[in-house]
Every structure is written in structure tokens, then in C-alpha cells.
Write a protein that binds this ligand. Sequence first.
Ligand SMILES: [Zn+2]
Length: 306
Amino acid sequence: MGLLDDLEKGLIVTDNPDALADSYMERWHAGEIKGDLMDVLGLTLEEDTAWASFGADFGLLLEWRLHGRPSTCGLCGKHIGEEHWAVFRRDNGEQIRTHFPCWAKAAGQRKLDSGLVGRFLKRMGLAAEYSPTKHESGLITPEYLVLKDGAQVGFCEVKTAPVFGRPSGQGTAFTDLDQNLHAAVAQFNLVNPDVRLVNILAFVDHESGLRWEDLRALATEDIAAEARAGYEGESKLDTPLGQAKAAKWPVDVYLWFSSKRGPGRGPGRFGARFSFKMLFNSNDPGRFLHACTLFGVDAAAVPTAD
Ligand SMILES: [Zn+2]
């Protein structure tokens, strides 16, 4: 009988199973509790893998003991058996049971997208330090600390479109974008509540059907007007830069990378595959100027996007 068994049977009651598991582990390390750690914690091999390899919360394992594990993959929506599964943590802290190949694909794509944005920031003369951590609220902090000349100047969060393995028929790419925006704002609020530093939100689009104009509409909450236009028509911006005076969110700079091939290799190209757009929040002139300076952009030359 280990900890998880005792919790399952109600022999031990706690509102923080993770803290309790950590204290068991500390006592085991200190030699106060003897035996195999897996037995001490009461984990099966599968549970130990989920906990140790995929970072599943101890509380999640308890919940699954009490109510059963989900029988569908949280990424692809298909049936999931007992073999070769994983736990994927979404940016909002939610943990989902997935097929291992689905987990590997999502984790791999996330890594590639983060790398792309990190290299872009470096090219703009900023240093990007990858350091997402799990906050006590369960949310993950923004992926990058952004530094200039050794001092931290901001945060950067990276989101991918479309959302991995969203079961078909549930929501649209635009809804995903909206949810990603709100998730990112919550993440920025965790670490930068008084917006003392610059918040940079990067979207990497993999032919999700979304357009730059969709992001601009969300940034300015001008969704109704965009919807009336049916998301058709050309962007008012034919340059990679824009400013939104009506920007609503505590995001200073939006980066939009699109894997769609554009004509030629104009100023809006990044590497061979991605074109990019930058949208600056110009609601607050001082912050706008500061953000432009960080990216080496002449604020006076940034066209208005709304
Ligand atoms: Zn799957």
C-alpha cells in the first residue's frame, strides 16, 4: 500500500496530493522511508511513467483512479487503449491523455515553432531565453524571456494554428485563435500583471485557413466588422508592419508567421518558408514607441492598421 492507494481508499485525505507526493519523495531521499519509490508512492508502472516522464500531476493520477482514465485521445479524439499512451499539458494547464504518437507530434511541432520565433527575436537584436515553467495556478508561464543587452525587457509566448488534433467539427480555426489569444493574455498576466515589460505574442500558422486580418480583428476586437466583410478583401497593409490604435489587449507586439508561400522574397519574408507580419499596439504612445525601439523599427513609419 503506497500513497496513491491510501488516497484512493480515503485512508489519507489531502487537498494537495502533489505536495504530499513531493514530501514523500523528500522523506524517501532522506532515508526516512524505505523501499522502492514506486511502491512508496503506490504507483503502477504506467502511472509512474505518466508522472515521471510526462509530468502528470499526482492529483490527476488520483482522479483517474477514482473516476477512470479518459478513453479517447485528447489530441486526435480517437479511442485510446492501455498501451503506449502519454499525458500532454495544454498551455491553460489542462492535462489530457493522448496516444504517444499524437503527443510526439504535438510536442515536436511546438518545439519547431518555438525555435522559429526564438531565431526571429535574435535576428531582431533581442536575446530569447526559453524558460516556460509551471505556475502554481497550473498555467504555464510564457515561453521566452526576452532580453536586450543582458537585461530583461519582455516576455514572448508562442501559439500554433491550427490547434493540434482538435476533433473535427468542434469549433473553427477562428475560435481557436480567439482561445489562444485569451490563454496567452492569462499567461502574460501571471508574470507581467502591471505590464511593466513588453508582451510579445507570436502565432505560427500552418495553413490553418486563418488570415492575418483575423488576428488584426481579434487584436482590435473589431470582430463584428470583419465578420460583416466575410473575412474577404485585401488587407489594408501591404507591408509587414502595422499599428493598431484600437488594440484592446495587454499585448504590445503581435507576430504572425505564415507558412503559406507568398510571391517573391519581399521584406515580409522570414527564411524560405515563412512570411511574417508585425502588429504593434499603439493605444499607449509611450509603450508603442518603446516596443518599436526594441525591434529597431521607426515608429513614424509604421502604417495604421485600423
Ligand atoms: Zn491520438
